[in-house]
Design a protein around this ligand. Sequence first.
Ligand code: SAM
Length: 271
Amino acid sequence: MSIENLYPKKSLGQNFLKDPHYLGKIVDAAQVGPRDQVIEIGPGLGHLTRALADTGCKLLILELDDRLIPRLHDEFASRPMIQVVHADALEYDYSGLSGTWKVVANLPYYISTAIIQKLVAQRGRFTTLTLMLQKEVAERIAADPGGKEYGFLSVLVQYAAVPRLEFSVPAGAFTPRPKVDSTVLTLTMRERPETVAIDEALFLRVIKAAFSQRRKTLRNSLGQLGYPGELMGAVKEGTGIDLGRRAETLSVPEFCRLANFFSSKHNKTTG
Ligand code: SAM
């Protein structure tokens, strides 16, 4: 049976993109050239892989579906610039990579937010991530404060990276056709966040709590962090941020200021 006849696994988010027009646009958006090291997550049948390889870049391709691995090996393993790895991109140890890398992927949508969280947490290793995503997810990541798309994912990602919405891709360009609209997004990793969160774990807890009840004021939603009323009462003076505001109105640096305030006061009270 030809690999092209293998049935696509819905459980692995297999919507293959063969249209050379869109493949070329993804490679252009990622600005891949011969000096780049590129990780492709989920090469599938290798269409995007071929377009990337044509630029002369070094490629590491991570594929989970064991049915596809022999075919990828047959086609690419003889090319010294391409390394085929049978791996779950969510489990892969990116810390072992040397140098900096670009990530380019038509992501399986069922893991897209988990993958993005994993990659942005290692921002020093990557320069750009150019990702095909479900349109709503791409828009949430790139959203500015003030609107209903702006949330936990926007703050988490924009802390580490500058997002750029590239172009949308119609469902008909994929096989099989997905039920959702798709958009390519590039994240350019920041060398340094605009405002550094001193305790990143606390920063994450603050944004998670703030957006867990996004219609409530920060005074209410941040209550679950368990800080004493006295400390909450000092936030305005310490940060300039009014806890009568709602989470969606705060910029990323304001969330950092809030987390840094809690972390400095917490350290003082706990010694
Ligand atoms: N790059 C190909 C293309 O554009 O036609 C395939 C894209 S398809 C949307 C997603 C690919 O990711 C599939 O090949 C799927 O098997 C693979 N995949 C799914 N889950 C994965 C995981 N956890 N780690 C690595 N690859 C995965």
